[in-house]
Design a protein around this ligand. Structure first.
Ligand code: PGA
Length: 256
């Protein structure tokens, strides 16, 4: 049985004090919901402060990026070893990193390997662009993104996959539940073909892209969708709490 997950990707928003304020607003209510994995992914500079605030609660912590070397002369980078002390998850391969920071499949693969090596669980983001979607190339693009990201990885220990169609991120134009369910079903098939039934059944696959309190139910009701990676709406306390609460009410059923 896969436990639903809602992860909040705060992106490059919130100063340390704003991050602490937001956590203080949502901490108690989030903690009381025990049938959903709740993951907060604040900016690097707030990880330690947020970790302290959620200590003793059921809320989990994730980073938004990682470098693939464990240590050394890489000015400005953050290593897997550093993150392993602070958090459980790390977002890898987000489309904004692919687009603005030229992250290739090869780099993403190195990052996934480096994270797994120190016990961090990747939240691996994949998804097609608008053009690729229009051209009917969604499955082809996703197959290639999965192939390159997971190349040489024997067992993706606890990894989570987030299907985020690029055209739906930050645009207010979410995919439909049905569309997302179909593609996520395809992703699960691809994981099954690369690994085995057990890995396909235990891997959580989230939807991401303009998820709000108004549309979360549509996604959570689908059989293949195990939760959401939420950007903009995760910065609003009430909105994020509502997303997690609705997931808790609808999303907990036998998923296999
Ligand atoms: P959004 O972002 O919810 O603001 O569309 C999602 C994401 O980029 O993870």
């Amino acid at each position: 049985m896969r436990v639903p997950m809602i992860a909040g990707n705060w992106k490059m928003n919130t100063t340390v004090s704003e991050a602490m304020e937001l956590v203080n607003e949502i901490r108690q209510e989030l903690d009381e919901i025990d049938n959903v994995d709740k993951v907060l992914c604040p900016p690097f500079v707030s990880l330690a402060a947020v970790k302290e605030l959620i200590k003793g609660s059921s809320i989990k912590l994730g980073a938004q990026n990682i470098y693939f070397e464990q240590k050394g002369a890489y000015t400005g980078e953050i290593s897997p070893l550093m993150l392993a002390e602070l958090c459980e998850f790390v977002i890898i391969g987000h489309s904004e990193r692919r687009q603005y920071f030229n992250e290739t499949g090869e780099i993403i693969n190195k990052k996934v390997k480096a994270a797994l090596k120190v016990g961090l669980k990747p939240i691996l983001c994949i998804g097609e662009s608008f053009k690729e979607n229009e051209a009917g190339r969604t499955e082809e693009v996703i197959t290639e993104q999965l192939r390159s990201a997971l190349a040489g990885i024997k067992y993706p220990n606890g990894s989570v996959i987030a299907y985020e169609p690029v055209w739906a991120i930050g645009t207010g134009k979410a995919a439909t539940g049905e569309q997302a369910n179909k593609t996520i079903g395809f992703i699960r098939q691809t994981i099954y073909r690369k690994y085995c039934t057990r890995v396909a059944q235990e891997t959580r696959i989230l939807y991401g892209g303009s998820v709000t309190a108004s549309n979360i139910a549509e996604f959570i009701q689908q059989s293949e969708i195990d939760g959401a990676l939420v950007g903009g709406a995760s910065l609003k306390a009430g909105e994020f709490l509502s997303i997690v609460k609705q997931t808790s009410e609808i999303g907990v059923f036998e998923r296999d």
